[in-house]
Design a protein around this ligand. Structure first.
Ligand SMILES: Nc1ncnc2c1ncn2[C@@H]1O[C@H](COP(=O)(O)OP(=O)(O)OP(=O)(O)O)[C@@H](O)[C@H]1O
Length: 572
């Protein structure tokens, strides 16, 4: 037997010893590199996988390898990117093609992956193969050093951005537009388990992402005044956000039908289409779905957040490129603008948008915008823009009701290739998660939790995985001083600094977290919280609470971070 055959046999045996989720997560992308002088070298796709395999499976692997070879074997793991691309030449026992992944005789993941292979092209296989570039990122958040992490920088930026009235970032769009190395680095203080959960989630995402999505994981293009020929996107469309992956229910059927109609007849009916509704309910998803349909029809589609639109205008004015800006926007067939409410009150942006709107509309080009509220509720919006938004069709998207939530979860589990028992889906679909984004986050967490603990997906496990999210109100009888101490300990910031006036970046976020937790988890009034935090007034406390609350709503990692802070209280 050569190394490849030995490893094939070994992992087939391993497959019978671990759950299929664990198997897929940790063994699917591995391959044999060599077997010489009693040392078996295994190539693994990521640094994190290496650390995990060494930490949890070394002994098991060693003993199976010894069984298979009939001799004592030492095992080493090498991260794919550290090993030069193998050549299918004599002298190496490596698999002949870097695209090869294991063909497993059993296990639903193997079956699912085979299906995937059949339905996608080779680059999908590549993304799972050992030689694909390792998503090293994850490992970064396993590091224990703290003070100046990128995550902290990011939080500081959030603070500054808020002052500039910068609209909230869209987590999904950001995930798909930022380099993978940045992933998993946001949470700047997490428990080991939280980190591992996140790593597994990242790992699952990376390995199950279809090829087009991999392509979209590039940074969003910088502003360029000219629009390339053919379909093009300023902010890339998320390939997951299509009509076929959108689950229709009572709460969104109007928005969905309107979007579908627009995508079939761009510029001819419902122009503009104004989609509005609460956070995480699928507006961006529908916007991108319209974009995909336009792209397929060969139209020039441009998706842009209102923040990006604003920045472009500011830059165009600053660099005297308004003509190019106009030219670019006016050769578009379908303009998709996300979160239009953020342009309200920004005079030059509104002005420019007004002209862009008129030009496109007069030329029968389609305009679709989303907003968190209907035009009449966007108070500082110019009347002439408001009335233009009301010209077309206003379609709202509401929070899904129970059955709809369940259907969304089922579809999500399917797309992750996991068989999740109905009881678990029912548990996750509880009313606490009214936004679809939260719902998705909760399901991801449950799956990751089961994988991490190598345990079957059951309702008690789901309850355990989600207890910090679902039961936070029940569990706590904390006092403000316990929170102050706990937060201080968690972030290693002295309590006197949390109470003080210093605006250092490393202090502001923990202080705001303390405000949030005190308000959420204790029975103290705003006045009492303010006084526990050095005599701050109630508006400051509310501001801090709101800041953390918004971050948690938009960013699963921040939510997990807060859960980790709370969890850390229990250990004291
Ligand atoms: N009906 C649905 N079917 C399937 N997935 C959905 C549905 N609605 C929302 N989602 C998913 O929920 C997540 C959040 O949706 P999306 O970003 O479109 O929300 P949004 O309304 O634009 O929120 P925000 O106002 O915060 O930008 C996405 O992953 C999206 O794919």
């Amino acid at each position: 037997m050569n190394a490849k055959q030995i490893w094939q046999t070994t992992i087939e045996r391993l497959q019978t010893k671990v759950s299929s989720a664990v198997f897929t997560t940790w063994f699917q992308g591995t391959s044999a590199l060599s077997f010489q002088d009693g040392v078996f070298i295994v190539r693994v796709p990521t640094t994190f996988a290496k650390a995990h395999l060494e930490g949890r499976f070394l002994e098991t692997i060693r003993s199976i390898l010894s069984e298979v070879t009939g001799t004592t074997v030492e095992v080493q793991f090498i991260v794919a990117k550290e090993v030069p691309e193998p050549k299918a030449s004599a002298g190496t026992e490596e698999s002949p093609s870097p695209k090869r992944t294991y063909r497993l005789s059993k296990g639903r993941f193997a079956a699912a992956l085979r299906e995937k292979r059949a339905s996608t092209n080779a680059s999908a296989i590549n993304s799972m193969a050992p030689t694909s570039p390792a998503p090293a990122p994850a490992y970064r958040s396993v590091q224990h050093e703290r003070p100046k992490t990128p995550a902290l920088e990011e939080k500081q930026n959030f603070d500054e951005e808020r002052e500039l009235r910068r609209p909230r970032e869209k987590r999904e769009a950001r995930e798909h537009s930022e380099p993978q190395e940045m992933r998993g680095t946001r949470s700047f203080r997490e428990t080991r388990e939280q980190r591992e959960l996140q790593e597994i989630q990242d790992h699952q995402e990376n390995h199950l992402r279809p090829p087009k999505q991999m392509a979209a994981a590039h940074p969003v293009q910088e502003y360029s005044p000219t629009l390339p020929a053919g379909p093009s996107f300023e902010g890339l469309l998320n390939p997951r956000y299509t009509f076929s992956s959108f689950i229709v229910g009572k709460s969104n059927q109007f928005g969905h039908a309107a979007s579908l109609a627009v995508s079939e007849n761009p510029g001819r009916i419902y122009n503009p289409l104004f989609l509005y509704g609460g956070v995480g309910l699928g507006k961006t998803h529908l916007l991108h779905a319209i974009g995909h349909a336009g792209e397929e029809a060969g139209l020039n589609v441009l998706y842009v957040t209102s923040e990006k639109f604003t920045n472009e205008i500011i830059n165009a004015i600053r660099f005297q490129k308004t003509e190019e800006f106009r030219a670019k926007y006016r050769q578009i067939d379908i303009l998709l603008v996300d979160d239009i409410q953020f342009i309200a009150g920004k005079e030059s942006t509104e002005e420019e948008f007004f002209h862009t709107f008129n030009t496109l509309h007069n030329a029968n080009k389609q305009i679709v915008v989303t907003s968190d509220r209907p035009p009449k509720a966007i108070s500082s919006l110019q009347d002439r823009l408001r009335s233009r938004f009301e010209w077309g069709l206003l379609a709202d998207v509401q929070a899904p009701e129970y059955d709809h939530r369940l259907a969304i979860l089922r579809s999500k589990a399917e797309s992750l290739r996991f068989t999740v028992p109905a009881g678990v889906l029912e548990y996750v679909a509880r009313p606490e998660c009214s936004s679809v984004r939260e719902l998705e986050g909760a399901l991801n967490r449950v799956i990751a939790y089961a994988t991490l603990h190598d345990a079957p997906l059951t309702v008690p496990l789901a309850a355990q995985a989600l207890e910090h999210i679902y039961d936070k109100k029940v569990a706590s009888n904390l006092t403000v001083s316990e929170v102050l101490d706990g937060v201080s300990r968690y972030y290693s910031v002295d309590a006197t600094l949390l109470r003080g006036k210093q605006r250092d970046r490393d202090i502001v976020w923990p202080r705001q977290v303390a405000m949030y937790i005190m308000r959420e988890e204790t029975s103290a009034s705003l006045l009492q919280i303010g006084s526990a935090l050095g005599g701050r007034d109630h508006t400051t406390i509310m501001h801090g609470w709101e800041k953390v609350h918004t971050e948690m709503t938009n960013n699963d990692q921040i939510r997990q971070e807060i859960a980790a802070v709370l969890e850390s209280f229990q250990h004291h």
